[in-house]
Design a binder for this molecule. Structure first.
Ligand code: FPP
Length: 247
């Protein structure tokens, strides 16, 4: 897809209406399950179910890029049963939802490394990307086995491998070596579940992102609160290090 603006650059100062790119840290699935006396995986299952509604709301509001933090490089440290359960959920979602997403003109892209993924999951990811690669609607980035620091290190390795001269390495070039090269930097990052941290998510890309955090657990996130997050974003004045015209 041809982007109308340089993806490595933030939106123009004052441009705060609808975010072009919303990234979400979907936290709180485990607590959602615990509150109901259910196994943690039931929370992840419910969390997957929430995704479609969220995508519909964001699409209706004109958001063009959505990034979901589904599994971090640190999440491998969770109990093996939970890790396997999340892998299975992703496989199932790819099988069940790729065609639907394709019909809705959504382009699906994986952010992260496929190295530790099972051959079947790798194949599922590759097929979803291939099927949807020419779609021109919403770009859905699924950050899976993703870590912001690893992404930066991988970009550095590739730049060195490509023998790019040091003087040619600027912000734009660096952004083009990240997993997210095809999307502009996120305008808005939403974190559910009440924690106030970035957890190794889009470290380079979030330099000028606005944050919205809420104690609401991910499976409980309703369209109304998402609208609230978008309203909050629209009311922010983004200065990108500059001063306001009134100052
Ligand atoms: C955070 O909640 C959630 C995760 C680490 C996993 C989220 C994964 C999914 C929703 C499934 C991925 C699949 C697709 C289709 C994208 P938590 O377990 O840290 O919750 P807690 O903080 O309450 O323990």
């Amino acid at each position: 897809m041809q982007l109308s603006t340089d993806p490595s650059q933030p939106a123009a100062p004052g441009a705060t209406k609808a975010p072009r790119h919303v990234a979400i840290i979907m936290d709180g699935n485990g607590r959602w399950a615990k509150k109901r006396g259910l196994p943690r995986l039931a929370g992840h299952r419910e969390g997957v179910g929430r995704i479609q509604k969220v995508l519909e709301t964001l699409d209706a509001r004109g958001v063009q890029h959505v990034t979901l933090f589904a599994f971090s490089t640190e999440n491998w440290n969770r109990p093996p049963g939970e890790v396997q359960g999340i892998m299975d959920l992703l496989s199932l979602a790819l099988k069940q939802q790729t065609c639907q997403l394709h019909e809705k003109n959504v382009r699906v892209i994986h952010l992260g490394s496929v190295d530790q993924l099972s051959p079947a999951l790798r194949q599922g990811v590759a097929e979803a990307q291939k099927l949807t690669c020419d779609n021109t609607g919403v770009t859905l980035n699924v950050a899976f086995n993703y870590g912001g620091r690893d992404e930066i290190l991988e970009a550095v390795r590739r730049i060195i491998r490509d023998q790019i001269p040091p003087e040619a390495v600027d912000q734009r070039l660096f952004s083009s070596y990240l997993y997210s090269a095809h999307s502009p930097d996120p305008d808005l990052i939403i974190r559910t579940g009440g924690e106030l941290r970035i957890s190794n998510f889009l470290l380079w890309q979030s330099a000028y992102s606005e944050y919205y955090h809420t104690p609401t657990l991910w499976p409980d996130l309703e369209a109304a609160e998402l609208e609230q997050a978008l309203e909050t974003f629209a009311s922010r004045q983004r200065r990108f290090g500059n001063v306001t015209s009134e100052a």
